[in-house]
Design a protein around this ligand. Structure first.
Ligand code: SAM
Length: 382
């Protein structure tokens, strides 16, 4: 990690990755390592020469790796004392969490370094929790059923091997992400004429959940045309229908028909800092400056979508982020700008966590889940 930071400014990303891979391979226990270390270094340098992105750095790769071989013990001892190495996160990330979450930064980082479970959401329009559980037992798959529709598979398998995949009996969705649809829909009393906007919809995980829970019309909006087919594919498998639009949620004039929405879900683009368990490279790809940039775009989307909501309607703002600027601070700033908005009770920040069955659940989403933020707003007459 420290090596990546040190190299990143001077070396093309592909060369940094190649170096890191080989260095990690060299860190293996030499007794159990499958290749002689000099063979690994030679092959890495040969590979660097052959790839046009790294050819110019081949001598540098060679020098770094040979130095590592000569000075392995003190270098590893040195990096082991660094917080980046201890926590497997960039230093800026660790420091930020220490400031924002002085009580829980360690447990957040620890949870982010674990492997995420395979979490399913049962499609109650197609099957029941009991019938799905029985199908899993018959397929020899051990599962934990939690709550109304959440199932954890004890051992991850290819989803297509889980009974009922093609028939749309379930979707793969983290337990924290499964909070979105009920938080927005429950208590609103939506009917077939009601209109719900899912403003940042692809790949359609939450669109499907909304449709499973409500008879309302759901409009799924996505800016990136390349991601739109995934919404269609997911809905088709689940046997659900939504109106799917391609457009920028921040520019309603381009796609809105002028009819107010009863509910809006804004699952905004964010740093994805809450889902490191599922996307381990996110922490190394992000830069600290991304937070402010993304927070700016979240603000733009919130402000653009708020006028589309009817009085009495609700907007659920969520991000899979653990940083305050993308969560509670964003919500607070929105409330200060909009006197016709009130905050309803919602989950707030969910911290990534791994909870063993039987232990105390520290927040209101059950068991293992990613980090998320949920803020629920209701529109009052102004
Ligand atoms: C966090 S993902 C949404 C995940 C989705 N809600 C789900 O549960 O499957 C954010 C999505 O918003 C899209 N997006 C980003 N900016 C947007 C914008 N201005 N308008 C509409 N969609 C946008 C991204 O392309 C991405 O697909």
């Amino acid at each position: 990690m420290a090596l990546r930071d040190a190299l990143a400014s001077k070396t093309p990303p592909a060369a940094v990755d190649a170096l890191l891979c080989v260095t990690l391979a060299l860190c293996w226990d030499p007794v159990s390592a499958p290749y002689d270390e000099f063979t690994l270094v030679n092959q890495a340098v040969e590979a660097a020469k052959r790839d046009p992105r790294t050819a110019g750095q081949a001598a540098f790769v060679n020098a770094c790796l040979r130095r590592f071989l000569r000075e392995r013990v003190p270098l590893v001892a040195l990096t082991d004392t660094l917080p980046q190495a201890q926590w497997n996160h960039p230093l800026w990330w660790i420091k930020r969490l220490q400031t924002e979450q002085p009580q829980r930064w360690q447990s957040i980082l620890r949870a982010s370094n674990t492997q995420a479970p395979l979490t399913l959401r049962v499609n109650l329009r197609k099957t029941s929790l009991a019938a799905f559980g029985q199908a899993l037992v018959e397929a020899g798959m051990q599962a934990r059923i939690v709550g109304r529709e959440t199932v954890y598979l004890e051992r991850a398998v290819a989803v297509t091997r889980v009974p009922g995949y093609a028939q749309g009996w379930f979707s793969v969705q983290d337990a924290a992400a499964q909070r979105a649809a009920p938080l927005l829909i429950e208590g609103l009393g939506l009917g077939p004429q009601s209109r719900v906007l899912d403003a940042c919809a692809a790949p359609g995980g939450k669109t499907g959940h909304l449709l499973e829970m409500t008879p309302a019309q759901v409009i799924a909006l996505e800016q990136d045309p390349a991601r739109v087919p995934r919404i269609h594919a997911n809905l088709q498998r689940l046997d659900l229908q939504a109106q799917v639009l391609t457009g920028d949620a921040g520019d309603p004039a381009a796609w809105w028909d002028g009819r107010f929405f009863d509910a809006v879900l804004l699952d905004a683009p964010c740093t994805a800092s809450g889902i490191v368990r599922r996307h381990p490279d996110v922490r190394w790809l992000r830069r600290e400056a991304d937070i402010a940039q993304l927070a700016h775009s979240q603000k733009r989307l919130l402000d653009a979508l708020w006028p589309l909501l009817r009085v009495g309607g609700r907007l659920l703002y969520c991000t899979c982020s653990i940083f305050a600027q993308e969560g509670p601070l964003q919500l607070q700033a929105f409330l200060a700008r909009h006197s016709d908005a009130i905050a309803l009770t919602a989950d707030g920040s969910l911290w990534p966590q791994t909870v063993e069955a039987g232990s105390i659940v520290l927040d209101n989403a059950a068991y293992d889940h990613d980090g998320f933020f949920y803020g629920l707003l209701e529109k009052r007459a102004s």
